[in-house]
Design a protein around this ligand. Structure first.
Ligand code: CA
Length: 223
């Protein structure tokens, strides 16, 4: 026993899923269809999607913003956690991937809660009103990670939560020899959020690493 986060080997991770995952047949079908795609590795893990859905319910969130829809697994989980009148705006540039997403959202009956914006996310974000969201999930191109974070800080209400995905980048961020553009962009964003007095934050080692940043009610204070 120790204080450090456990290293999850395959056996322990499978146990974690066995005793916690509540994935229904539709979610499973979407996950399996996505796994067969060349870029399937980009899909959020099922346990992480479930965790974010729990956060959304805890907050009583009604307005969710997602940057990076891919094939829609995370949006499906989050939209289901919203009340009937809740809304999720999700940004992506791929008609092909989001075509899969739409099919599953419709089948789940949550398509009415989801607004897909098929355009470069920065363009979409510039057109959204300040403070209109309770929760934002950033999971898109890593070169713009910090730019998306900055937009999200404007777009979530005080007390709202920003979740940033892939912050551990399969461990590459801790390897000084890895100077790939995406790795450097993620490192820079991580260092920035860590020191940002506008948020309370925690880095959760779920999936590929998820930073949670809560927008302080009075920026620069500790409330
Ligand atoms: Ca991701």
């Amino acid at each position: 026993m120790g204080k450090r986060t456990l290293e999850l080997n395959d056996t322990l991770y499978q146990y974690l899923l066995d005793v916690s995952l509540r994935e229904d047949a539709l979610q499973k079908a979407l996950r399996e269809e996505t796994d067969r795609l060349e870029m399937g590795v980009m899909q959020v893990s099922a346990d992480q999607a479930q965790f974010m859905a729990l956060l959304i319910r805890l907050m009583g969130a009604r307005r969710v913003l997602e940057i990076g829809a891919f094939t829609g697994y995370s949006a499906l989980a989050m939209a289901r956690a919203l009340p009937e009148e809740g809304r999720l705006v999700t940004c992506d540039v791929s008609a092909e991937w989001t075509g899969i997403a739409r099919r599953y959202w419709r089948e789940a009956g949550v398509d009415g809660r989801i607004e897909l914006r098929l355009a470069p996310a920065l363009e979409t974000l510039e057109g959204l009103a300040d403070g209109g969201f309770d929760f934002a999930f950033i999971d898109a191109d890593k070169a713009n990670q910090q730019a998306y974070y900055e937009h999200c800080l404007r777009l979530v209400r005080p007390g709202g939560l920003i979740a940033i995905d892939n912050v551990l980048w399969s461990g590459a961020v801790a390897d000084p020899d890895n100077q790939a553009d995406d790795t450097r962009a993620i490192r820079a964003c991580n260092a920035f959020v860590h020191q940002d007095p506008r948020v309370d934050m925690s880095l959760v080692p779920i999936g590929d690493g998820l930073t949670l940043a809560r927008k302080r009610v009075n920026a620069g204070s500790t409330s």
